[in-house]
Write a protein that binds this ligand. Structure first.
Ligand code: KG4
Ligand code: ZN
Length: 346
């Protein structure tokens, strides 16, 4: 079976073509994966500007799609998969409408994909193992921070989520305060991972909601704490490389502490057999390293799954994988397929 998949939920326009063999577990071969990023365009705003993103998707999607089909050597397409939410509604509609038209034109079934589910299933691009469930999944990106109980493929329950900003959004906003550019996560992690200069500069940022006995998060207070600290310092200090580096380390560690503590708690509470990460923030090397250390320290016998970095951030390959799993469970989309900004995984 050949699947063509489309992703336009945020600021990446992506189309992929995959071949799937129907074995159990299924094996996916990536024939093409084209991503057109809008990062440079949005950098001047320090975040994604939805109407600009929509315009870019509209302009780029036909080109990206043509390129993906050509690179896959024009195969006969059996299924089209498209992200229909959650995400930026204006952007989602571009992908959904394009997918509908293409499905009609080439007389192919169309399947919708939940963006959060696709981030989870990014872990199964190169196959899967037996005995993975129940699993706890942590999905952390620019728009979402959720802890999800995965009972099986296609069976999910949200245990907790952010009450305000997403973790990636916090990285992006802190980078903006510090004048570092966009997207903030990769820049902050690069600076944080540099060897620290031996200058003492006390700096303690909050770990919001870390000691609360739930699986929810809140990151807007952390961003505000950074802003206050930055403003109250002598501006020569606040703009110095030492201050910026120390703040990057502290913010990254604060986010890591909260994410790890809540996720490990969920894994223990639900006796999870696997821990499944996904979303742009899970490309963070220090987060992955500290998760492994914590799992070992706690003596947890658990599969630790995290996608390759290029499949942590938004891409259409994961959409094809999720589309296939939806397809085999009979979830074919009817004509009324709609984009939904707040679509919930269930
Ligand atoms: O999943 P994604 O590509 O798009 C959304 O669905 O939002 O995630 C993008 C987010 C951005 O906020 C970016 O700053 C963050 O992921 N990010 C990182 C890293 N790479 C990307 N955050 C921390 N460390 C990284 N290495
Ligand atoms: Zn995403």
């Amino acid at each position: 079976m050949i699947i063509l998949s489309i992703e336009t939920s945020c600021d990446d326009t992506s189309v992929a073509v995959l071949r799937v063999n129907g074995s159990t577990p299924p094996k996916f071969k990536i024939l093409s994966n084209i991503i057109s990023s809008q990062v440079e365009l949005h950098a001047q705003y320090g975040g994604v500007f939805p109407s600009l993103a929509k315009r870019e998707h509209q302009k780029n999607l036909p080109i990206v799609c043509e390129k993906a089909i050509k690179e896959a050597k024009n195969p006969k397409i059996d299924l089209i998969a498209v992200t229909n939410g959650p995400g930026l509604e204006l952007c989602l509609w571009i992908g959904v409408n394009f997918a509908k038209e293409l499905a009609k034109k080439i007389k192919t079934p169309l399947i919708s994909v939940n963006h959060i589910e696709s981030h989870i299933l990014a872990n199964f691009i190169s196959g899967n193992k037996k005995n993975l469930f129940p699993a706890i999944s942590l999905i952390v990106s620019g728009g979402h921070t959720q802890i999800i109980l995965v009972k099986d493929f296609g069976q999910y329950q949200i245990l907790g989520e952010t009450r305000d900003d997403a973790a990636g959004e916090c990285f992006d906003k802190v980078a903006r305060i510090l004048g570092l550019g966009y997207p903030g996560g990769p820049i902050i992690s690069k600076l944080a991972d540099l060897k620290s200069p031996r200058i003492s500069m006390p700096m303690k940022m909050p770990r919001p909601m870390m000691s609360q006995k739930n699986y929810d998060f809140s990151f807007s207070g952390l961003k505000t704490a950074v802003l206050y600290d930055f403003q109250k310092r002598d501006q020569n200090v606040a703009k110095s490389p030492t201050y910026i580096q120390k703040m990057c380390q502290e913010v990254q560690q604060a986010i890591i502490d909260v994410l790890i503590s809540k996720t490990i708690k969920a894994a223990k509470d639900f006796q999870a057999k696997s821990l499944i990460l996904g979303g742009g923030v899970t490309a963070n090397n220090e987060l992955k390293r500290q998760f492994k250390v914590k799992i070992k320290k706690e003596g947890l016998k658990i599969n630790f799954l995290v996608p390759k970095s290029i499949f942590c951030t938004d891409n259409a390959v994961m959409v094809a994988v999720a589309g296939y799993y939806n397809f085999i469970s009979g979830k074919i989309s009817k004509k009324g397929l709609e984009a939904k900004a707040n679509l919930r995984i269930s």
